[in-house]
Design a protein around this ligand. Sequence first.
Ligand code: ASP
Length: 320
Amino acid sequence: MINQRRADGSLRHLTTLDGLRRAEIEQLLERASAYVCAPGQMPPRNQNLAGVTIGNLFTEPSTRTRVSFELAGRRLGADVVNLEVQLSSRAKGETMLDTVHTLESLHFDVFIIRDSQSGVVAHVAANVMPHVSVLSAGEAHVSHPTQGLLDALTVRQCKGDRFDQLTIAIVGDIRHSRVARSAYEAFTGLGVGELRLIAPPALMPAAEEFPQGQRFTSPETGLPGADVVMMLRIQKERMEAAAIPDGEEYFQRFGLTPQRLALAKPDAIVMHPQPMNRGIEIESSVADGPQSVIRSQVSNGVAVRMAVLETVVRPGGSRT
Ligand code: ASP
């Protein structure tokens, strides 16, 4: 793991939530809360990052994360450039770091990187110029720190900040999920009362991972009493073809239906990072139902990314 901090202790990069202090996570969520806005309202904007150039470098597909990082940068007054890395230099054999060094010469200040290989984001962060920050937008199965923060913000909005009183269930393909790993770091960092991992054995992570999670092999045993039900997508792209579960059978055993959701607390919220496989990990009536906060998760993504960008670029506070 690389050192994400400057010599004065301030956060310079965000490649993982691992190692962040509780107070730092809370500060990021506080800052993000100021940028949350209701549907139909004019989103907050300022010039706190005026003059800053941000590059979005994604080698895996992305809709929500890329768009929300772009909006976050623009709403803070930065210049934002999107690069489809696999379509340009990487296809010619140039490494991510070479691409980044080229862009540094063009005076980029922040790189937001999504990569299917673990280690690439940290390698770039360890080798950029001292004034440059690197943010992970999703690294292999390993981490997706801004998703972890937006998930924590969504839980906090719905359930308050007493995480110690909450039971959170993460359900599905935990083994291959970077969303689950960053959610685990965010929720345990905030002192969650009980964290449950619900998955078939083939999709359960290794024993030493998620040490604070209680393991369940069925929703029937893991969901009762849960305040939060976080569903995950089956990460087919990270599995051998033979290991991909049969969709229909998976839905029968693990799909979130209204009947299964009724096992959780009556006011439990339902989350999913998207994209959703409707009819495989979640039934449409639940995904679009009254307990779903899936659309709030998306909106919160912009607010969280504004907070993260400001925190790493302006450690001393905003300029305006
Ligand atoms: N969009 C999330 C990610 O990039 C979740 C998913 O793809 O399942 O990890």
